[in-house]
Every structure is written in C-alpha cells, then in structure tokens.
Write a protein that binds this ligand. Structure first.
Ligand code: AMP
Length: 217
C-alpha cells in the first residue's frame, strides 16, 4: 500500500508516518528528514537547500523531485509499500509524482490529509524536540523524554529544529496555505483524499488511519 501524507507543518505527519512504518512495514520517505541529512553531510544538495529550509521556504521543485525519484527507485522488495511525508508540497511536485509512479508501474492507494488547528500546530512545533542521532520526535510537555535532553531510544542528544521558532513557523504556515493547500484539491479531484482529524493524540489519530485501511490489511 502506498500513501501520501498531507497537512500543515506540525499536523503530525512525521509521527504518524513512523507508526505506519513500524506497524505496516512501509518505507518512510520524509523529504524534510532527507534534506536535513544532506545538510548535516554538507553535500552539494544540502548546501543548495540550507537557506530555504532554515527560512521555512520551499526548496525548488527540481531538486526535490530528483531526490525523491532516486529514493523511490531504491525501495526494497521486503517493504509493503511507501509513505511520502512532506512530498508533494506543490501541484508541480504532485504532477511529477504521477509521472514517476506510472514509469515505475506503481500507484497511490491513499492520500491522507491531516486536518489540524493553528493553535495546536503552534503548540506542537514550539515544544518539539528531535533526536540528533535517530530522529525520534519528543515534545517538552506532551511526550517528554525520561531524562531531559536525552533520547529514550538511543541516548542521542535532543535538539530544537532551527525552523521551529515562532517567526519561521509563521512563514511555513503561510507557505503551506499558498503552495501546498492546492495539492489537497489536486487529490480530491482524483478521489484519493481521506481526511483525518489530527487535533487529537497520536494514538487516536492512528486509530482513524487503522479504521480507514482495515479492509486492506
Ligand atoms: P518538514 O520536515 O517536512 O517540515 O520540512 C522542512 C523543510 O524542508 C520545509 O520547510 C522546506 O524548506 C523543505 N522541504 C521539505 N519537503 C519539501 C518539498 N516537498 N518541497 C520543497 N521543500 C521541502
């Protein structure tokens, strides 16, 4: 089964994608995580993406499309499908994805749209902490680690993403409204869109996904 996860920054796409990866044996491809890894590795792509990511603007379509194309072609046969988290974020990316999938002889089964209020997004993003080592996601209030600043899973150091500050969050939200919201209509027209209420806890949100796909697993 192949999924696209859509929703504003902080809608919980990353958290749900990780639960789906573990429980449904899917490949999780997060364009944000891939870009941050490229930036950490100081690669050519990382250098090109840095200023966009840190200001909360979108990285140019052609860079993202070629990055995701390479990853999609490398998914191993042991996986039961993929989750695209943070891609597509523009209609041009959605059209490119259609083309890529038809070349690969694959298709999307579900496009999950995580609906969330601005207040919830702000609270989630300002309190979010991420493990530098394994990428696990915490929240200072809702999901604190056992020891402050230390990942429960691997002992790695937790940090606050540079784009999780109030000013950058506002820009990311505006960029989302302007460039990514039209992608929702793109998939609605294709009859693939399913809306999930993401103002609830991670497990409640996951239950909605489980109910939606229950006849397929
Ligand atoms: P995320 O981790 O999904 O919140 O993404 C962090 C940042 O990476 C975004 O604010 C963008 O700068 C960049 N980014 C991630 N995915 C995309 C995409 N599909 N298209 C353009 N830029 C992206």
């Amino acid at each position: 089964m192949n999924f696209v996860l859509l929703g504003a920054p902080g809608a919980g796409k990353g958290t749900q994608a990780e639960l789906m990866r573990e429980r449904l044996n899917l490949e999780h491809l997060s364009t944000g995580d891939l870009l941050r890894a490229e930036m950490n590795a100081q690669s050519e792509l990382g250098a090109k993406a840095k200023s966009y990511v840190e200001s909360g603007s979108l990285v140019p379509d052609e860079l993202i499309i070629s990055m995701i194309k390479e990853k999609l072609t490398k998914i191993g046969p042991d996986k039961k499908g993929f989750i695209l988290d943070g891609f597509p974020r523009t209609v041009a990316q959605a059209q490119a994805l259609d083309k890529m999938l038809s070349e690969l002889g694959a298709k999307l089964d579900y496009v999950l749209y995580f609906e969330v209020s601005w207040d919830v997004v702000k609270e989630r993003l300002l309190g979010r902490r991420v493990c530098k080592n394994c990428g696990a996601i915490y929240h200072i209030k809702n999901k604190p680690p056992e020891n402050e600043g230390v990942c429960d899973l691997c002992g790695g150091e937790l940090y606050q993403r540079k784009d999780d500050t109030e000013e950058v969050i506002k820009n990311r939200f505006e960029v989302y409204e302007e460039q990514t919201a039209p992608v929702i209509d793109f998939y609605k027209t294709k009859g693939l869109l399913k809306t999930i209420n993401s103002n609830t806890s991670a497990e409640d949100t996951y239950s909605q996904i489980e109910a939606l796909i229950s006849d397929r697993v």
